[in-house]
Design a protein around this ligand. Structure first.
Ligand SMILES: NC(=O)c1ccc[n+]([C@@H]2O[C@H](COP(=O)([O-])OP(=O)(O)OC[C@H]3O[C@@H](n4cnc5c(N)ncnc54)[C@H](O)[C@@H]3O)[C@@H](O)[C@H]2O)c1
Length: 406
């Protein structure tokens, strides 16, 4: 998805001041730096170097989405990519070429077990079912680790959640990050800054949605077919992230409605999950004392997108702009920072990829810097979706959701 041509509108200090609006004026409309033409040229300032050290990174996974290469570790000035792996030898070779890795391994497990002190961190970009176990293995062997979403896959892996929290706790300072792309979309960055400054007042309601027609029946490939019939809410992070990655809060309860589908994958449950639903809409209670409606839809054509909105007692953020009481919001910088020279931004997922990489590296190299999607936020974002699917399977029964914290 390339959204670089879209025009964004957002309320901000500059915008309000330029428009000569009073603090409480609703709905100013205008362009703001960073939200219109180009992710690279419109930022709120240049990237500032934060360390002269290099993190030695091993990368696992070069599947359908070529994810091992498109977070651009290979272009970051604080990275040396030392190793690459994919189970498929051709993909492994290609990944090593693209990221400039000197060493290759036939599996992520071997890379993690054999690199020893030659590697500092691992990027797990393998299939969704393998993330949790590879993350646990990497932490156990003493590596910082980041993984693609979700943090774990489905009910069968719920036992990994407390194990991941414990592994990070006992690691003595290793960084874990989930590369949830929603967290570094321009809209989510703006909403996070507004939320953290108190600009929403009480956040009473959030909407998030991930519409991706067909993905659930495996229209794009997947290792061992993990995408075939995937319960939509087993892949909840792009929608839930509009609450959890904005507020760092969590969901407490869920009721969810699933929509059955005529496709045999669902109707006859020809999938490894026993899943009959192609779209699922979850309604959550949130830790802010409000609610959230989070949709994941594989079966609704005509509208592909990952979008979110926040509604608070002082104002709301929707359609890429803040509307409401500007007394707090007017002083905020709502545009994201620049990227290191030479670091690519392919615009995928709102141009979020290189920002996730930069965030992970800062957390490793800058004392006191906290990664945005840490293990608690990763699990609060992912596990809540698993409970949403369980609720849908029970006809919408309200379920309590476990909370994870460090
Ligand atoms: N917006 C987003 O954040 C976003 C978008 C697309 C994909 N993803 C995630 O990125 C990940 C990769 O997606 P994909 O479509 O490329 O997956 P895929 O299923 O097509 O490919 C997975 C790759 O991992 C390799 N692999 C599996 N286990 C391995 C192991 N133990 N060691 C080494 N290699 C191993 C496989 O050989 C395969 O090439 C998935 O988890 C997916 O959920 C996230």
């Amino acid at each position: 998805m390339d959204i670089s041509r879209k025009h964004f509108f957002i309320g901000s200090a500059a915008l309000v001041a330029a428009a000569g609006l009073k603090a409480a004026a609703p709905n100013p409309i205008g362009k703001i730096q960073g939200f219109d033409e180009s992710f690279e040229s419109k930022t709120d300032g240049p990237w500032e170097p934060f360390s002269d050290k290099k993190v030695r990174v091993g990368i696992a996974g070069y599947g359908v989405c070529t994810f091992g290469a498109v977070f651009f570790f290979q272009d970051h000035p604080n990275v040396e990519v030392v190793a690459a792996t994919d189970l498929d030898p051709e993909r492994c070779k290609k990944l090593a070429q693209v990221v400039g890795a000197k060493r290759t391994y036939p599996s992520a497990e071997e890379m993690i077990d054999k690199e020893g002190k030659n590697m500092d961190a691992v990027f797990i970009a393998t299939d969704a079912a393998s993330h949790a176990d590879l993350v646990l293995r990497a932490l156990d062997r003493g590596y910082h680790v980041c993984s693609a979403v979700p943090a774990l896959l489905g009910e069968r892996q719920l036992d990994r959640a407390p194990m991941m929290i414990e592994a990070v706790k006992k690691s003595g300072g290793l960084v874990y990050a989930l590369f949830e792309t929603t967290a570094f979309r321009p809209q989510a960055i703006a909403m996070r800054r507004i939320y953290e400054a108190g600009g929403f007042g009480q956040l009473a309601y959030t909407e998030g949605e991930y519409f991706h027609h067909s993905v659930g029946v495996g229209a794009i490939g997947s290792y061992k077919g993990w995408r075939i019939g995937l319960p939509p809410q087993y892949y909840p992070t792009h929608s839930n992230g509009f609450y959890t990655c904005v507020t760092h809060g969590h969901f407490t309860e869920v009721t969810c409605v699933g929509t059955p589908d005529e496709h045999p994958v669902y109707k006859e449950r020809k999938n490894s999950y026993g899943n009959p639903f192609r779209s699922e809409v979850a309604f959550f209670k949130t830790s802010d004392g409000g609610s959230a409606r989070m949709t994941v839809a594989w079966g609704l054509p005509g509208y592909d997108g990952e979008l979110g909105r926040c509604f608070g007692t002082l104002g709301c953020f929707r359609n890429d702009r803040f509307a409401g009481n500007f007394s707090i919001v007017k002083n905020l910088r709502l545009v994201r920072a620049g990227l290191p020279p030479g670091m690519k931004n392919n615009g995928h997922h709102g141009g979020s990829h290189p920002y996730l990489t930069d965030d992970f590296l800062r957390a490793i190299l800058v004392p006191g810097y906290k990664v945005c999607v840490d293990v608690a936020t990763a699990l609060n974002t992912t596990v809540s979706g698993v409970y949403a699917h369980l609720s849908a399977m029970k006809g919408g029964e309200t379920l309590k959701i476990p909370v994870f914290s460090l």
